[in-house]
Design a protein around this ligand. Sequence first.
Ligand SMILES: [Zn+2]
Length: 67
Amino acid sequence: MILILVLLIVLAVILILRPWKQRGCRWRQDTRKLADGRVLFTCAACGAETALPKGREPRDCLAGEMK
Ligand SMILES: [Zn+2]
């Protein structure tokens, strides 16, 4: 019974924290500017790319979504 409880807690922690989402993502603003005024960000850790409106910075690592 205790084992099931521990498993549930571990599962909840994994689902809430999602440790694979933030494994040292280092976003760098790319000097290239997109046509519609957004700024391109490139992750130095995993190579993911994302475009955001000017003044915003990405928080999450996109490593898991590139596959
Ligand atoms: Zn990354």
